[in-house]
Design a binder for this molecule. Sequence first.
Ligand code: ADP
Ligand code: MG
Length: 721
Amino acid sequence: MSGNESRLQAIYEITNREPFVPAPPESLEDLWATNVFSLSKMKATLPKDIFKSLEKTIKTGDKLDVSVADSVASAMKEWAMSKGASYYAHVFYPLTNATAEKHDGFISPQSDGSAISEFSGSLLVQGEPDGSSFPNGGIRDTFEARGYTAWDVTSPAYILETDNGSTLCIPTIFVSWTGEALDKKVPLLRSISVVNEAGSRVLKLLGNTEVAPISSSCGAEQEYFLVDSNFANSRPDLLLAGRTLFGKPPAKGQQFDDHYFGAIPERVQHFMQDVERDLYKLGIPAKTRHNEVAPGQFEIAPVYESANVASDHQQMLMTILRSTAKKHGFICLLHEKPFAGINGSGKHVNWSIGNSTQGNLLDPGDSPDQNLQFLVFCAAVIRGVHKFGPLMRAVIACASNDHRLGANEAPPAIMSVYLGSQIEKVFQQIQAGNLSGSDKKGKMGMGVDTLPDLTKDAGDRNRTSPFAFTGNRFEFRAVGSSQSVSGPLIALNTMMADSLNFIADKLEAAGGGSQANVLAVLKEIMDADGVAVFGGNGYSDEWHKMAVEERGLKNLPTTADALPWLKSDEVKALFSSTGVLSDVELASRFEVYAEQYILSIDVEAKLVSEMAKTRIYPAAMRHLTDMSAAVSSLKEAGISIDTSSIQKVADLAKTLTEKADALNAAVEKHDFADVEAHMQYCAGPLRALMEEVRAAADALEGEVADDLWPLPTYQEMLFIK
Ligand code: ADP
Ligand code: MG
């Protein structure tokens, strides 16, 4: 079948497709967490003292008493086998955005030739996948293969059902034999612990005698596109790169703003229902779903949970979105920019910290004391964004997110913080020193008079800010849709811990956390770091100029600009002083992410050149052949005709092959001084050449006969469901 036939066939099949109708929805109560080995299930199945010991570890972060592992493993196995599982898997989170699993059977052959089912405490607690086969940034050579996974007690085990059967999944950390973290979970757990310590210090200095452990919370809003798999199968770029490398924008895009929150197409509703059913079984609290701005784009947002569990759940959510889409004849695109000229997808990471004694520490509240507390924690955020803006940019850096950041739809590549006008004003007053008047003690002194409505809405929304205060949390809006939330959460928790420790040090040096001392520290922070606060239009040219030239903020438009900041002294000091990442671990992360960046652009560049030469150029030539035959016949019949559009196609086809050849040659360059230079080459000349090939191809799409065009068009992929 030639390209255009498969394209027409796809349209035919899709329009005649029988929708996949999932089983009728069960009640939430019947579904909720049925596949999770939750605390309540443990309580029901474990001896009392064992349960108590485990619960203590989960709730207070105390060390796991290994002696309980055998009992837990046995109860877990019973439960899993009763649900039809015959395999278990240690699930871990390597330095990709993916999830990895090592599956083992419960079966254990005996010396007499029989077999029994076995799952001991040691098998639950520790596993041993190949440590060198996952990205490790040079920490492990291939001959030094040993790596360990170890059970993360704070994230519950669960059963994953697939068409091939059910597996007991155990969330684990992944470390090398030498003890370095090879995953995203270890540093996340460490960051949660350091922000707890630093936050508790500050709360005690503020006069709180009872301070429960502080945890960080995350609610991630996931955007995605759905495209019919029949179209996707005719687009190697969608299959291999997750985005269209070619494609002319459709006559109708998102200009009408008629898709956002519009009615959800029926097929997509079935899909969403199916996804939610699986999520509920896994105890993932999916709550909102709606259409997004672009045609074919949707969003799903679970209710926030503790950062570690939310991060594991986010990974599962991405997996379930992808696998369920397949069942429904879709492909789910989590890429940040699948279609040029149309909004891309982000993943807003809503983040806050809090505990059971003081509540949400980023809630402005309505009593003066709470406001003082809030202002301290909010100031810690401001300082963090200013000091570690480049780190925030680096942890969201990847080849795909570069297409989104800085374009006029997503936050700019300059990190700033939006507070909303009310809170921004309070901080301006603190900086000006007019909240510390002695005649305004207590309430007045805190400026509470100026904050009457704080618990309602701290200000308007600002869609243009990469990091915005939204009432009781910060929303990191620049995170990419394909990314793991762990990286951003690690950065936020760690910079927060650093700032809180800074504040605690200052207060201790000043003799305690009196109001006057606190206000003095807040003023100091505003004087040094207030430039990171910005409430205006982040998309505007004025901001780009002002941010860099007047405020000294960094504009890091590409991953090549951002990633090297992981090697900066500030970032190294941040992670090593807090113990969240050693220098070796941090350096390995830079290596891994840099390599991933280079590889993904390399794959795309090769694909652009190949598709241009083997699909688009032949279509242009067929068109030329048809047209010149038509011109000859017309000439013979004595009819004169303007051939300029034929000439135009010939010229474009020539440009296309020339540029594709140039790109082909450019990909072969390998002699770079260092990895930074290689990244810059990818971000600069390679991407520019890819764009040039694409420009010629997209222009051809507007000229070549539609029935010869080999690739499903934007119009078809976005609007036919
Ligand atoms: P919007 O699109 O208006 O930002 P959504 O309701 O789509 O709002 O998503 C908001 C997300 O923020 C949800 O995941 C929600 O659970 C989460 N969230 C709400 N409060 C907090 C909080 N205190 N800490 C972290 N996340 C929160
Ligand atoms: Mg949001």
